[in-house]
Design a protein around this ligand. Structure first.
Ligand code: ATP
Ligand code: MG
Length: 574
């Protein structure tokens, strides 16, 4: 392929909205062009990258016996009503909805559990036809609250989504394991460094949900991990050994104490030097929302620990939780913000507490009166007994739940997610098969996603330097470029064309840069675009000498034309 025939347009400056290296570099090197917030056009070079990655995904999934299909982007509302998800997605605002000319409501698929379940239900009648695993690689549409970081969080983006259907849990376990293995091969092949972490599986619960994370400072997810045990989890899900706190001793009578203007744990510690945060219980009010109602929830947490809102949402089986407004806090507690507590709390407020408070005596809490706190509060004696749950956000430095060694924290980009769904969708939608005894049973399902446009961006996040992109060979737009520095000189043209043909015959994915540009500009362009191996044919072409540059590290060497093929193949690792 000749670069003079490919639309390439590198920019001099970074786009103003690019906050992270991959976004900055992909935009500046002309790989993506923004069409609207979170909506991008892929240039010819970017499309080559995406197609290469998609091909790796296809090969590895096909090896596990998965079937590639293509589902519709436009989906009828009825399907989403049948699974019970229409209201949630519309309320969340994540769904792009539209109406046809008859006024029927539809949506642009944010995900495809419903369509796939309906499809397989129509095709599969008996346990004998399983296992079944179908996948597609297609655009998804989500009206994300914060589309940003270029391809990382788009509103239209490419996803591989796969769905497995089995007759029982044992079948699902096998399907899940196969997909996990395929994912490892996919991310190994495309040259990104990743970790597999335990993930929150939402209100569905269950054991199996893992995310594939590319480690990068710009990652939107926080991960806690332990080198000693191999434990790794998304902070949304992570647990740790409970840090020690001084014991409260034998129950004493509760006492009210004036604490004017003392509201936070830090202020209380300063005010009561004998009461470390570990002996306090802070009370935080949330508004929890379910499908058809909402309620104020008071959450008690040991003063030195933090609340994990994902765990809270799951414990309540709510659609969402958010911090209550000051106004509602004042209304519910009858006190200014900063003095909420369990003592005398109205019955209309649900009371939850973290496991760290179970069995603890003589706590310091707010007492729902402006300017006062209560000392020596005993739960169940001085107030209702709260509902205890694990609501704690694990933190770096706390003990690993497996080894006890201190947990470390890293940032990660979620490039893939595998998930045991069980019968959630099949039961809701009445999607069944006949079991061995001739009885209808709901399909036991798994679902699996890979960010097909996000992963190449994540690869750039890991593989770049101050000059530009350093593509991993497997997903580079081309593995090698042969560039003539002065396109008007015959000997350069001829040698470049010869080397290009030779490399092509050797099976190298090579392009010929015959664009009319100054040598300096061409060098810079290729530093930015990041093709892994670059052969420059310049002034020494007449002597049969060229320059070979390996993009990673920018190591340059002169090379006899006759050695180019062998050296390029060696540099490409084969
Ligand atoms: P996130 O937590 O990042 O929003 P998600 O949990 O919503 O992701 P899934 O619904 O499991 O993601 O989607 C499967 C994969 O699709 C994700 O692992 C991710 O790689 C990719 N993905 C999800 N949302 C986006 C997006 N807005 N833009 C680009 N890729 C995305
Ligand atoms: Mg999301």
């Amino acid at each position: 392929m000749r670069l003079s025939q490919i639309l390439i347009s590198t920019l001099r400056d970074d786009p103003a909205d690019a906050e992270i290296p991959s976004h900055r570099l992909l935009a500046r090197a002309g790989f993506v062009v923004k069409t609207a917030a979170g909506v991008y056009t892929y240039s010819p070079l970017m499309w080559r990258v995406v197609k290469k990655f998609a091909q790796i995904v296809r090969e590895e999934l096909d090896r596990e016996g998965a079937n590639e299909v293509m589902l519709p982007i436009i989906q009828p509302k009825e399907l989403w009503v049948s699974s019970g998800r229409w209201d949630r997605y519309v309320t969340d605002g994540i769904m792009f909805t539209l109406k046809d000319r008859k006024g029927s409501e539809m949506c642009l698929g944010p995900t495809h559990e419903e369509v796939m379940t309906a499809f397989v239900d129509a095709q599969v009648n008996s346990y004998k036809q399983m296992p079944v695993n179908c996948y597609q690689i297609q655009d998804k549409f989500r009206d994300e609250i914060r589309p940003r970081f270029g391809l990382m969080r788009g509103r239209e983006f490419l996803m591989m989504d796969a769905y497995s259907f089995d007759a029982d849990q044992a079948g699902l376990d096998v399907a899940y394991r196969k997909m996990r293995d395929a994912y490892c091969r996919i991310f190994d092949r495309c040259g990104v460094e990743y970790t597999v972490v335990q993930a929150d599986s939402g209100a569905i619960g269950g054991a199996g949900s893992e995310e594939f994370m590319v480690i990068a400072d710009s990652g939107e997810d926080a991960i806690l991990f332990c080198r000693a045990s191999g434990y790794a989890a998304n902070v949304e899900k992570a647990t740790s050994r409970l840090p020690d706190a001084p014991a409260g001793g034998d129950a004493r009578p509760m006492a009210k104490h004036a604490t004017p203007d003392v509201r936070t744990v830090a202020q209380l510690e300063a005010f009561f030097p004998d009461w470390p945060a570990g002996r306090m219980a802070k009370t935080v009010l949330y508004r929890a929302v379910w499908k058809d109602r909402e309620q104020l929830v008071a959450v008690m947490m040991r003063g030195d620990l933090e609340i994990n809102e994902v765990k809270l949402t799951n414990a309540l089986d709510a659609l969402a939780v958010e911090l209550a407004t000051d106004e509602r806090i004042e209304q519910a507690t009858g006190a200014a913000v900063g003095f909420a507590g369990p003592v005398g709390l109205g019955d209309d407020v649900r009371l939850l507490a973290d496991e760290s408070l179970r069995g603890r005596s003589n706590l310091l809490t707010g007492c729902n009166e402006t300017g006062f706190h209560c000392l020596d509060v005993n739960l169940g004696r001085d107030c209702r007994t709260p509902e205890f749950h694990d609501l704690r956000r694990a933190r770096a430095g706390e003990g690993c739940p497996v080894s006890g060694e201190p947990l470390e924290e890293a940032r990660g980009i979620e490039v893939g997610h595998i998930f045991k769904l069980g019968t959630k969708y099949s039961s809701a939608m009445g999607a069944t098969f006949m079991d061995q005894g001739g009885k209808p049973q709901p399909f036991v399902m798994g679902c699996y996603g890979i960010g097909v446009s996000r992963t190449p961006a994540a690869a750039v996040e890991q593989h770049h330097d101050e000059k530009g992109i350093v593509w991993p060979v497997a997903i580079a737009p081309f593995a090698c470029v042969v560039a003539m520095l002065d396109h008007k000189r015959n000997e350069q043209q001829e040698l470049a064309a010869r080397l290009y043909d030779e490399l092509r015959s050797a099976g190298v994915d090579v392009c010929l840069d015959d664009r009319a540009m100054s040598p300096g500009a061409k060098f810079k362009d290729h530093e930015l675009i990041g093709i892994p191996v670059q052969v420059f044919v310049g002034r020494k072409a007449g002597e049969g000498t060229v320059e070979l540059l390996v993009r990673r590290g920018l190591a340059k060497q002169e090379c006899a034309a006759g050695d180019v093929r062998a050296k390029v193949l060696a540099a490409l690792g084969g």
